[in-house]
Ligand binder design. Structure first.
Ligand code: ADP
Ligand code: ZN
Length: 615
């Protein structure tokens, strides 16, 4: 069988995606390969297809139990013998799986890195015919990456112990140069073919908004997209609890995930989300790595995350099936302070000396700054992120909130001057809040205490709304007139350039044309795409979804492992009547056709008959 036949037979796809063939061919030639591809690009197939074509066994090193379980579930559904070896198995189960492995039962074996050098596993590996070792999430081997796992350093030792060196494949979605170099060195890759695909995810819509009431914005979105499944990320556990509580009180099927919950509850909640029992997952960043739920239609960030790498990875969990999806970031200036606090608190990793830790913190602060720029820029959001990853594109994507917002130039000279004067008047001693309150003339005890209530700036901008004062302050910051210190209590200070504010040229800032700020709704595109379905076909889609859920419950796998939303949509539009037609559906391979073909064909037939009767 050649690679195209394998792709069709087992996975039900007709064509490879960008980069996949290149990596597959390289590995089949026996050369190491290193794939740097964004989340959702299809890294798994890059090693699964050659694994099926090679004569020996493929070992896949993977950091997370949930990821392994998911991948093995998907492979088993496709009729491929695969297993995982990790701490979620009982001793008995582990022994049994290893026995089957020795007997040559599995073509692909997922293993946690800390198992590699154990006696049991080594015993097996030294006798077995290992064709390939694949390292998933390879950036975990980099001490400079954010997910460093010391156990990943054992992988190279493990490979060196093998009597015959298998071909080695590595994959990551982290694109920075340091991490890339670290991976090649620490895994001891031999002249690897390096492949970087474009980082753009064309089906994702990006939006940043700065709402007064974040929760109200979330509710508005959910009301408009009632059947969609999605993730809401929060920075703190407490926020997760609050948001989840409020959603439940508002009748939304939400669940939660963070490190403060018991293992059992985390597993249960995760399953509820994966099995579509709960449509919305509210979580900290502890949730998601390795979760391959393909029909996540939106990712909302309730707080700004700590850097663009994290943001892109988390937002990238939307729309893995290639259908349209929305990535929305709800920004508030407090998010910056919260992140600064988290960076300062970070003491977790014992692998570093104090000095190294300081360097890392410094870099984290720089990354946070970039993230803040993303939230406040007026330029194309997609372009901003791609540039951050070293990719140059046009400055207009037409598919982010900035590209779709009309901006107007407004003269903010008066406001800007008042702000700079106020900073001067207070001796550059206070933060944004005190300055804003002073200019607004707020009657707070604090202002009386610190003397600002008697300042000549007091009430100077009582006719300018708070958000506008903040906006102008941000603008003065990003254009270098003022800056905010990195201290525990950040203070606004003037730069040399601040004096220019009082010159001849007016201060002009770009702002969203307010009456037209009703951005073209995200999600419109998805409706367009789905319009391929006739209105009436939605009924069939819902029927097929129900059937999928029944089967998933029976088999105890998540619904998207039976068929993706995309496959169901394709079925609803094409209404296959024969097995041959069924095999044409996106994502239907031979095994799934054999297993489920009859049931789904029957469902289509029944639905069709009912339609005809009702005409
Ligand atoms: P990654 O690991 O890069 O984040 P995955 O390997 O999980 O991405 O793949 C993401 C989704 O894309 C999966 O649902 C997978 O089945 C699908 N996919 C991968 N390759 C193809 C292809 N050639 N054609 C269609 N779908 C594909
Ligand atoms: Zn854009």
């Amino acid at each position: 069988m050649d690679k195209n036949e394998v792709l069709k037979k087992y996975f039900g796809y007709d064509t490879f995606r960008e980069g996949q063939e290149n990596i597959i061919d390289t590995l089949l030639e026996g050369r190491d390969a290193f794939g740097i591809m964004p989340t959702g690009a299809g890294k798994s197939l890059c090693y699964q297809v050659p694994a099926l074509m090679m004569s020996g066994i493929t070992i896949v090193v993977s950091p997370l139990i949930s990821l392994m379980k998911d991948q093995v579930g998907t492979l088993n559904q496709a009729g491929i013998h695969a297993a995982y070896l990790n701490s979620s198995l009982t001793v008995g189960q582990y022994r049994k799986a290893l026995k089957f492995a020795v007997a040559g039962r599995y073509k692909i074996i997922y293993v946690a890195p800390e198992r590699l050098l154990t006696d049991d596993f080594l015993n097996f590996a030294l006798q077995a015919d290992l064709a390939m070792v694949t390292v998933d999430e390879a950036h975990c081997v980099s001490q400079w990456g954010q997910d460093f796992r010391p156990s990943y350093l054992k992988i190279a030792d493990f490979i060196r112990l093998l009597p015959k060196r298998p071909v080695v494949a590595a994959f990551t979605a982290t694109a920075t140069r340091e991490v890339r170099e670290d991976v090649v060195a620490a895994l001891d890759l031999q002249e690897p073919m390096m492949l970087t695909t474009g980082f753009d995810r064309k089906n994702l819509f990006y939006k940043v908004s700065t709402p007064k009431d974040k929760f109200a914005e979330v509710m508005a979105y959910l009301t408009e997209h009632p059947t969609e499944s999605g993730i809401i990320y929060c920075l703190a556990r407490k926020t997760v609890e609050e948001v989840c509580q409020k959603l439940l009180a508002n009748g939304i099927a939400a669940t939660r995930y963070h490190a403060g919950l018991s293992d059992a509850e985390r597993r249960r909640n995760q399953d509820d989300f994966l099995y579509d029992t709960a449509s919305v997952m509210v979580a900290t960043n502890a949730f998601g790595m390795g979760i391959d739920k393909s029909n996540v239609r939106f990712v909302i960030h309730f707080n700004m995350p700590k850097n663009i790498e994290s943001y892109y990875q988390e937002a990238g969990r939307a729309g893995r099936d290639g259908d349209e999806a929305n990535c929305i970031l709800l920004y508030a200036p407090q998010d910056v302070r919260l992140n600064q606090f988290l960076i300062d608190q970070e003491t977790e990793n014992d692998a570093f000396t104090d000095e190294e830790r300081e360097i890392i913190k410094e870099r984290d602060r720089e990354r946070l700054k970039q993230m803040t720029y993303y939230c406040t820029t007026n330029e194309c959001l997609r372009d901003f992120v791609l540039r951050y990853f070293g990719e140059y594109t046009t400055n207009y994507c037409g598919k982010c909130s900035n590209c779709l917002t009309e901006f107007v130039d407004i003269d903010v000279t008066k406001t800007a001057r008042a702000i700079v004067e106020c900073v001067k008047n207070c001796g550059q001693r206070f933060g944004m809040t005190v300055i804003t309150d002073t200019l607004r003339g707020s009657q707070s005890a604090k202002l009386k205490q610190n003397g600002m209530a008697r300042s000549s700036s007091f009430g100077k901008l009582s006719d300018v709304p708070v958000y506008r004062i903040r906006q102008v302050m941000q603008f003065l910051c990003s254009s270098g007139y003022v800056f905010v210190t990195d201290d525990q209590y950040p203070v606004v200070k003037l730069t040399k350039k601040a004096a220019d504010i009082f010159g001849q040229t007016p201060v002009v800032m770009k702002a969203a044309k307010e009456q037209e700020a009703k951005i073209k709704k995200p999600g419109k595109d998805s409706q367009k795409k789905q319009a391929v379905l006739q209105d009436t076909d939605y009924g069939l889609f819902e029927e097929l979804r129900k059937l999928r859920l029944e089967i998933a419950k029976e088999q105890q796998v998540p619904p998207y492992i039976v068929f993706s939303d995309k496959s169901l949509r394709d079925m609803s539009a094409r209404k296959p009547t024969t097995e041959t037609e069924f095999l044409q559906i996106n994502g239907v391979g031979e095994n799934k056709c054999k297993k489920y073909g009859e049931k789904f064909l029957a469902a289509v037939r029944q639905w069709d008959a009912r339609q005809k009767k009702s005409l």
